[in-house]
Design a protein around this ligand. Structure first.
Ligand code: ZN
Ligand code: ZN
Length: 122
């Protein structure tokens, strides 16, 4: 994986077969079981847990030869989400502690409670 540091935050980027670019954020591993790892999937715009051993093997071999520009873009996008949404506006749950998706309509993170920007405005 490739390491990026932005504003003091460290994140790692790699590529998984079938899923594409994934971002590993050490700060978003809250409440993740020891044998799992939470990753942001760039193409699917969501956060999800994976079995650590599978991810570790596949990511280790994927870093070289990938598009550095795409990696950097994925980091910026992920961090912009994290900056904008640290907590769900509705249930106040910390967004570093659960898996989320991004709403297709409003482009906000959709919390596990179902809240997104559509509901914030409506
Ligand atoms: Zn919520
Ligand atoms: Zn929405």
């Amino acid at each position: 994986m490739k390491r990026f540091v932005r504003n003091g935050s460290e994140v790692w980027v790699g590529v998984l077969p079938k899923l594409g670019i994934v971002v590993y954020d050490p700060q978003s591993q809250v409440e993740v079981p020891a044998d799992r790892v939470r990753l942001y999937i760039r193409d699917q715009e969501r956060m999800a847990n994976f079995a650590k051993e599978i991810v570790r093997d596949r990511l280790a071999e994927s870093a070289d030869g990938e598009d550095a520009g795409q990696f950097a873009e994925s980091v910026e996008f992920y961090l912009s989400l994290r900056r904008r949404y640290t907590h769900c506006f509705s249930c106040k749950k910390c967004l570093n502690s659960f898996d989320f998706e991004v709403c297709d309509k409003c482009r906000w993170i959709r919390c596990a409670c179902g809240a997104c920007g559509c509901k914030f405005h409506g």
